[in-house]
Structure formats: C-alpha cells, structure tokens
Design a binder for this molecule. Structure first.
Ligand SMILES: [Zn+2]
Length: 313
C-alpha cells in the first residue's frame, strides 16, 4: 500500500523552485526524483487552486472562483476518496483547507487542532497567520505522522507566498524564503521517505514580480512538480542491507532487535519487484563492541555470495 505526502508550497513559482531548492535539485540530479513544469488553472489564486489540487476540477467547474467564495467543497475530493477506501487522512494546512473539507466558517478555538474527526480529513493542524512559521508547520506534520500514520497527508506551508506579497516575486526576500523552504524539505524528507512515503511537491500558483498573483502570466502560473519515489525503488538494487536497529525496523517492518534479525534473508518489495534483504550490525556498534566483528564478517560473506549468484544468473 502506497502512502503519500502532498506538499503544496504556497506561492512558489517555477524559476524560484528550480533555483532555490538545493536538496530537491540534488535528488533530481541523482535520478531519485523527477521534476515537471506545470501551469496552474485560473484564476491563479489560493482558495480556488486548493480546491483544484484536491478535486481535479478547474475553478470554473468547481465554483470556488475567488478567495472570497467561502464554503465547503462540494462533490468528490481526494480526502473523501481515501476515507471511502478505509485510509487515514491528515492535513497540516492553512485554515482555508479546513473550511473546504472540515468545517466552515473556521473557528479558531474549535478547529485549530483536529483529532479523530469523522469528516474527510481525520486529523489536522490548521493555522491562520500567513507568517505562521513553516518550521513549526513541518513539525506539526511530523506529529501527525508519528501519532496517526496517515496514508494521505497534505502539508501546506505559507511563508514563501507571504514573502512574495511583501517583497515581490523577483526579489531577494522571496528567493530567501524559498531557500528556507528548501532547507526544511532537506531536514524532513529523508525521514519521511525512510518510512515509505511517496512525496509529491508542488505549488498552488506562482508569484508576479509586483508581489501579487491572479492572472495568466508565466510568473503567476508556472509551478514545479517534483515526484520523489521511494529511494529503494529508484536505486533498484539486487540486495538490500540494513545496518543496525533503526533502519532494519523501519525498512524490514520488524520490531525485533538486531541480534535476532541479523543474517536472516527476507523478501523486500521495492514497489516494482521483490529483492532479497538482510540486516547486520551498524558500524558504530562494531566500534563499541569489536567482538561482534566476527558475526558481521559472516554476514558480509553471505551477502557477497548472494550478490555473486545474482550477477551470475
Ligand atoms: Zn496561494
């Protein structure tokens, strides 16, 4: 079963995405992510495009054609589809997302934190200040992941859009906000990928040089769409070796300690095929406990043997 995190970086236009998100570009250059250029629907405004991203319909079709159309989403949406198939949904997002899929109008006291809701979004953290720190929102997402293991999580930071409105889309202030965003992605994504999430990063709309957005110019409408596949699926190795308890327990789905799991071969589904996987000691553990190097040597010899058989066949 695939778990997905959809990250919507509000107001991040294409050229800033490609020039300021260093970690994401590193993944693209290493062949671990794919990136596309997208043109958003019109009007290039937030609330209409949240609804478009989450329903697949154009603003002129779903009817949320302005930030001023304040009502619940009507008809089908991604959260509802996930819920209908028994999946867990969550969002760390601007309060307009709560208004579309949880409750409208937003009530700060009632709706800021949502736990075990019975609507389309089951768990959520919602904010209303455009300068609510993205670093806190990423931490909110971490909390949703660790406490509720959502199958579908929407993460929606606002600081890039906020900087664009204050400084303009072609400014140091805007680009620096995008760079901060790139660093937050670098801090959090490796852990989420290790948990097996597929991560999709995009934006709702871009940002005009004059610090606003709504119309059809490329600055306002062009956004990027990097897909990060699970690393293991893309590297597509013949053998997967996990070192130590944390990686073994996360990747091989066991709660047993390394003493019990080491040296036992199991089948691992990469997403495209089944490969052989095995655990052994972490090098740091061997430095502290040199007597286990003997067992580690046995494990490495067994791995070398399997690799030889794989290349021979
Ligand atoms: Zn927006």
């Amino acid at each position: 079963m695939t778990k997905v995190i959809l990250i919507v970086l509000d107001g991040l236009r294409y050229d800033a995405a490609r020039s300021c998100l260093g970690y994401m570009e590193g993944l693209v250059q290493a062949g671990m992510a794919e990136v596309r250029k997208l043109t958003c629907e019109l009007p290039a405004m937030s609330r209409p495009l949240y609804e478009t991203l989450l329903t697949g319909r154009r603003p002129v079709e779903h009817g949320i054609v302005s930030n001023g159309v304040v009502r619940r989403s009507e008809g089908d949406n991604l959260f509802a589809r996930c819920r209908a198939s028994g999946k867990v949904t969550a969002a760390a997002a601007y309060h307009w997302v709560s208004e579309l899929y949880v409750s409208c109008p937003f009530d700060r006291h009632r709706d800021r934190i949502l736990v075990n809701g019975d609507g389309d979004i089951m768990h959520g953290v919602f904010y209303w200040d455009d300068h609510y720190p993205d670093s806190h929102l990423f931490a909110d997402a971490d909390w949703l992941i660790s406490s509720h293991s959502p199958d579908f999580l929407l993460l929606h930071p606002m600081n890039v859009d906020d900087a664009g409105h204050r400084h303009g889309g072609d400014s140091v202030g805007y680009r620096n906000a995008a760079r901060v965003q790139g660093d937050l992605l670098a801090r959090h994504l490796p852990g989420w990928l290790a948990l097996g999430y597929k991560v999709i990063v995009t934006a709702d709309h871009g940002m005009g040089d004059d610090g606003n957005h709504a119309g059809p110019t490329p600055q306002e409408t062009q956004v990027c769409l990097p897909f990060i596949q699970r690393h293991v699926e893309l590297v597509n190795p013949d053998v997967l070796v996990t070192l130590g308890n944390p990686s073994t327990q996360a990747l091989l789905g066991t709660r047993e300690g390394i003493m019990r799991t080491r040296g036992k071969w199991i089948d691992y589904d990469t997403g495209t095929r089944t490969i052989r996987a095995v655990a052994t000691f972490h090098p740091a553990y061997l430095l502290r406990s040199p007597s286990y190097k003997r067992l580690s040597w046995q494990d490495l010899r067994a791995i070398a043997k399997v690799l030889q058989q794989t290349t021979a066949s």
